[in-house]
Ligand binder design. Structure first.
Ligand code: SME
Length: 155
């Protein structure tokens, strides 16, 4: 396992491309899921300076806050509620350019303006979500969707 991450400057695509093998190396060899989720949230926060990066984990009929980087967040989200609960229910990524336009969005911080949520799926079952918030409107696109979805398969 390598605990050193090199952050490059460049386009979003270039940053993700450089991070992918590094994240893989970081995770490989460590079997503890909390340790890996904690490190992945740290890498994404430091590489992109997103407002909030973290994980919610499926526990019975709710999502419960897991490792994250950012401000204090809501701890429990019901199935189908908010952006996170929607990604869980629909079993696919949800990209929200403007959180004010998303019915049922759960505002953990008034500074959050756009959001992307990627479900974590193993053997056909959602076991958690990766949630990233930005304090900028329309900060996420297909590039984030593509690479974050790929990263989610490493976990
Ligand atoms: N906005 C999310 C809740 C989690 S926080 O953004 C950290 C949602 O609507 O599900």
């Amino acid at each position: 396992m390598s605990e050193h991450i090199t952050l490059i400057t460049g386009s979003k695509e270039e940053k993700y491309t450089s991070l992918l093998p590094q994240i893989k190396a970081l995770i490989d060899g460590e079997s503890d899921v909390v340790a890996n989720l904690a490190n992945v949230s740290a890498v994404l926060k430091s590489a992109f300076d997103f407002f909030w990066v973290g994980f919610y984990l499926v526990k019975e009929d709710q999502l419960v806050l897991g490792p994250f980087q950012g401000t204090v967040a809501c701890t429990r989200i019901a199935y189908g509620r908010g952006v996170c609960g929607t990604a869980w229910k629909e079993e696919k990524p949800v990209l929200v350019p403007d959180v004010m336009e998303f019915p049922g969005h759960i505002a953990c911080s008034s500074l959050s303006k756009s959001e992307i949520v990627i479900p974590l799926i193993k053997e056909g079952k959602v076991w958690g979500v990766l949630d990233i918030d930005s304090d900028l409107l329309n900060d996420f696109d297909e590039t984030d969707m593509k690479y974050l979805s790929l990263i989610s398969t490493y976990l």
